[in-house]
Design a protein around this ligand. Structure first.
Ligand SMILES: *Cc1c(COP(=O)(O)O)cnc(C)c1O
Length: 406
């Protein structure tokens, strides 16, 4: 496998999958050149010289490109890189993280069946499993997957998928991926994880035995906040089934431009992620010591209830921090209004520090009792720590926290 070729993640992120060796030739001047940066093929369709060539591309897709919904060279370079980074056999890039999640689930559940899922999922994934799939006859049992026994107990004879996230949003709970992968294997069930928060720099679920890894590349992988994009990584058979089936027919294909923008981001992922981790560790410690803060959740803090699992499973604890303010909802609202460097915005994994206060913004329409049940308390604030200098982020936090009463 290509992953054996390089010793480190940065070399992989820079070189893996970049296979255009023949370059381009201008037919008029005869001049040739090999672009160092993979070029963008911003075209919807491909032209054939003869009817025979066209016919053979339809029979054997490996023999040529036909139409960008079926595949595009820019997308292929990106997919080659993703497969190597996640130590998978193959990868598929998609139009969005949700495009990856829905395509992967529709592939694993092609004959219907039941899903066992982590109870605190990314909200659109929860809606997909809780609202969309039941209309197709697919049921999900939501469990607290921080206890692998609860995952196993929820398995039914028709269970086809175990669906996980780790760390979870927004409470940064961890799932023991090796334990859950073992349970899935014992019951012949496809295990799937959304690895968006951790990135392949921190954890490699396929190495731990998980079958399929998903990403919202909108976040750390692209890193610049410029695209919406997603990815599926897994065994070749699964990826080919996803590509020829759900991706092609439901149509969540990535645009060549977004594939190319993501390709610009990935080479710096290991460098960026390392700095996100370093900055977040520093800020988590600052917040934990601040009198306006009730508690801080960060997998790299010894106060995290699963700190031992974090150390065992993760190589770098990421850039996401969640905290509870003593002043409740009013304090959360005031904090996000006072912050100047930290931008009030959803999303994560950006080079800029982002902050969100779910109770007054994204979750304000949800009744308080329901929010409390899922752990979205009134003073809960989530940070995606960016790449600014920590002195500046801390100064911003200090001035904003200093205005709060508690
Ligand atoms: C953002 C996100 C998604 C959805 O990705 P999009 O690119 O917005 O479709 C899925 N899972 C997690 C964990 C995310 O953070």
């Amino acid at each position: 496998m290509e992953s054996k070729k390089y010793k480190g993640k940065s070399t992989e992120a820079i070189h893996a999958g970049e296979t255009f060796s023949t370059g381009v030739q201008d037919q008029q001047s005869g001049k040739t050149g090999i672009p160092l940066l993979p070029p963008i093929f911003q075209n919807s369709t491909f032209r054939f010289e003869t009817a025979t060539e066209c016919a053979s591309a339809f029979i054997d897709e490996e023999s040529g490109y036909v139409y960008t919904r079926w595949g595009n060279p820019t997308q292929k370079v990106l997919e080659g890189k993703l497969a190597v980074l996640e130590a998978g056999e193959a990868a598929l890039a998609t139009a969005s993280g949700m495009g990856a999640i829905s395509t992967a689930l529709l592939t694993a559940l092609a004959d219907g069946g039941h899903v066992v899922a982590m109870e605190t999922l990314y909200s659109a994934t929860y809606n997909l499993l809780n609202e969309e799939f039941p209309r197709m006859g697919i049921e999900t049992t939501f469990v607290d997957a921080t206890d692998p026994n609860k995952v196993e107990s929820a398995i039914r004879p028709d269970t086809k998928v175990i669906y996980l996230e780790s760390p979870t949003n927004p409470l940064l709970k961890l799932v023991d991926l090796a334990a859950c992968a073992e349970i899935a294997k014992a019951h012949n069930i496809t295990s799937i994880i959304d690895n968006t928060f951790a990135t392949p720099c921190s954890q490699q679920p396929i190495v731990l035995g998980i079958d399929v890894v998903l990403h919202s590349m909108t976040k750390y992988l692209s890193g610049n906040g410029a695209v919406i994009a997603g990815a599926i990584v897994g065994e070749k058979e699964f990826i080919v089934a996803a590509q020829k089936g759900a991706l092609r027919n439901f149509g969540a294909v990535i645009s060549p431009f977004n594939a190319w923008l993501t390709l610009l981001g990935i080479p710096t992922l290991p460098l960026r992620f390392g700095q996100h981790c370093e900055n977040a560790a520093c800020i988590a410690a600052f917040l934990e010591a601040h009198p306006a803060v009730a508690w801080v959740r960060y997998p790299g803090l010894p106060s995290h209830p699963q700190y031992e699992l974090a150390k065992r499973q993760m190589n770098g604890f990421g850039g996401m921090i969640t905290m509870e303010l003593k002043g409740g909802r009013a304090a959360g609202e005031k904090l996000v209004n006072q912050l100047q460097i930290c931008a009030l915005a959803v999303s994560l994994g950006d080079v800029r520090t982002l902050v969100c206060h779910p109770a007054s913004t994204t979750h304000s329409h949800i009744p308080m009792e329901v929010r409390q049940q899922t752990g979205i308390t009134d003073g809960l604030v989530r940070f995606s720590i960016g790449l600014e200098d920590t002195e500046d982020i801390i100064a911003d936090l200090e001035q904003a926290l200093g205005t709060l009463s508690f």
